[in-house]
Design a protein around this ligand. Structure first.
Ligand code: NCD
Length: 341
C-alpha cells in the first residue's frame, strides 16, 4: 500500500510486503526510542491524540512516539471533556480536529467509529481501537515481537504455532493479530476461550479458507502444550451487556508458572497485550511468571513505541529523513530497550 497520507484503520489494509516495510522502518527507530539519538524530523507537526476509552500504554506510547520524532501532542481523553458530549457528530469533530493537526490517533468504544471519523478527516487517522473490532497498531507490535522472539530461536513467523487464550469474542487485539498472522504460511491457531467467548466465525472461517490450521478449545490445558507463543488476554468486562454476565467469566483461565511448567514446551513465549487484570479473582497472567525469561510482555510494550514511530514516519512521509534531522543525546539516559520481560 501507499502509506503516505493514508488512514490506518484495519489490518486488512496490509499485505506481507507492507508489514516488512513497517518493520524495517521500526528497526531504524531503535536508536531514537533508546535515547541514543534524537531527531527533529517532525518539528512543527501536531498530533491530536483522542482517546474516548480508558488507555495507558496505547495513548502514552503514541504520544511518546510522536514526541520522539520531534512533533507536539494534543490530548483529549474523555467524551465528557469534548463536544461529543454536547451532541456533536463524529463528522463535525473530525472536520474541526483535522484543521488543527497533521495526524489524528483515535480510540472509541464503537466498532466502525474510527473509520466513520476518518471519512471526514482531512489528515491521516490511525485507529487505536474501535470497540471490539480492531486494534491494528497492537497487532503490528505483537507481530514484531513474535518475529523477534522467533528469530532469536532460529525460526520465522511461517509455521508458527500460537495459542490465544481468554476473551476471544470481544478482544480486538486478538482479532487484529489473528488476521495479520493469516498473511503468513501454515499457522497453527489454538483458540482457547470459555464457552460463549469464542472468536468470531468470520475470522476463523477466513483463516481456515487460507489453509491455516484452526483448533478451538474450552479448556486451557487442552491447547497450550505444543505452541511457540502463548498469548493470554483479559476478559473485556466493559464490553459485556451487564456486569453480572461479566462476573461469571472472571478468573476462569489463569496462567501461572505451575500451569506453564506442567503443560508448555520449555521455550514457549508468553505474551499479553496488557493491561492484565491483577484483581485477586481475575489474574489471567500470574505475577509468579515475572522471573520467567520467556515472559515477553514488557518487550511488547517497548516495541509499541518503535511500531508507532514507524507508522507516523510512513503516513507523514519522513521515513527516509529521520537520520538527516538527528543528533546525539547529551543528557543522562538509562533507557535500554527490549531487555527484561
Ligand atoms: C488492549 C485493548 O485496549 O484492546 N489494550 C491495549 O491497547 N494494549 C487489550 C485490553 O484492554 O485488554
Amino acid at each position: 500500500m501507499d502509506f503516505v497520507g493514508s488512514h490506518i484503520l484495519s489490518v486488512n489494509q496490509f499485505d506481507r510486503s507492507d508489514i516488512e516495510h513497517i518493520f524495517r522502518v521500526a528497526d531504524e527507530m531503535r536508536p531514537y526510542a533508546n535515547r541514543a539519538r534524537i531527531t527533529h524530523v517532525l518539528d512543527g507537526a501536531i498530533l491530536s491524540n483522542m482517546f474516548f476509552e480508558p488507555s495507558t500504554r496505547t495513548r502514552v506510547s503514541f504520544g511518546c512516539a510522536f514526541n520522539l520524532l520531534g512533533g507536539e501532542v494534543r490530548e483529549t481523553t474523555e467524551v465528557k471533556a469534548s463536544s461529543l458530549a454536547k451532541g456533536e457528530s463524529l463528522y463535525d469533530t473530525a472536520r474541526v480536529l483535522s484543521g488543527y493537526s497533521d495526524v489524528i490517533v483515535m480510540r472509541h468504544p464503537e466498532a466502525g467509529s474510527v473509520a466513520e471519523f476518518a471519512k471526514a478527516s482531512r489528515v491521516p487517522v490511525i485507529n487505536a481501537g474501535d470497540g471490539p473490532n480492531e486494534h491494528p497498531s497492537q497487532a503490528l507490535l505483537d507481530l514484531y515481537t513474535i518475529r523477534k522472539e522467533m528469530n532469536s530461536r532460529g525460526r520465522s513467523i511461517d509455521d508458527l504455532r500460537i495459542a490465544l487464550v481468554g476473551d476471544l469474542k470481544y478482544g480486538r487485539a486478538v482479532h487484529s493479530l489473528c488476521k495479520l498472522l493469516g498473511l503468513f504460511d501454515n499457522v497453527h491457531y489454538q483458540l482457547i476461550s470459555p464457552p460463549g467467548l469464542e472468536a468470531p466465525e468470520n475470522i476463523t472461517k477466513e483463516l481456515s479458507r487460507r489453509g491455516h490450521h484452526v483448533d478451538e478449545h474450552h479448556e486451557l490445558e487442552q491447547g497450550i502444550d505444543h505452541v511457540d507463543i502463548l498469548y493470554v488476554t483479559r476478559t473485556q468486562e466493559e464490553r459485556f451487556p451487564d456486569q453480572e454476565e461479566a462476573d461469571r467469566y472472571r478468573g476462569l483461565f489463569r496462567v501461572n508458572q505451575d500451569i506453564y511448567t506442567k503443560n508448555c514446551e520449555p521455550n514457549t513465549v508468553i505474551m499479553h497485550p496488557l493491561p492484565r487484570d491483577s484483581r485477586a479473582q481475575a489474574q489471567e497472567l500470574d505475577d509468579d511468571l515475572m522471573q520467567n525469561p520467556n515472559l515477553a510482555i514488557f518487550r511488547q510494550t517497548d516495541n509499541g513505541v518503535l511500531i508507532r514511530m514507524a507508522l507516523f514516519a510512513l503516513v507523514l512521509d519522513v521515513a527516509g529523513e529521520v537520520h538527516n534531522h538527528a543528533k546525539p543525546v547529551t543528557w543522562y539516559t538509562a533507557k535500554r530497550f527490549g531487555e527484561g520481560a
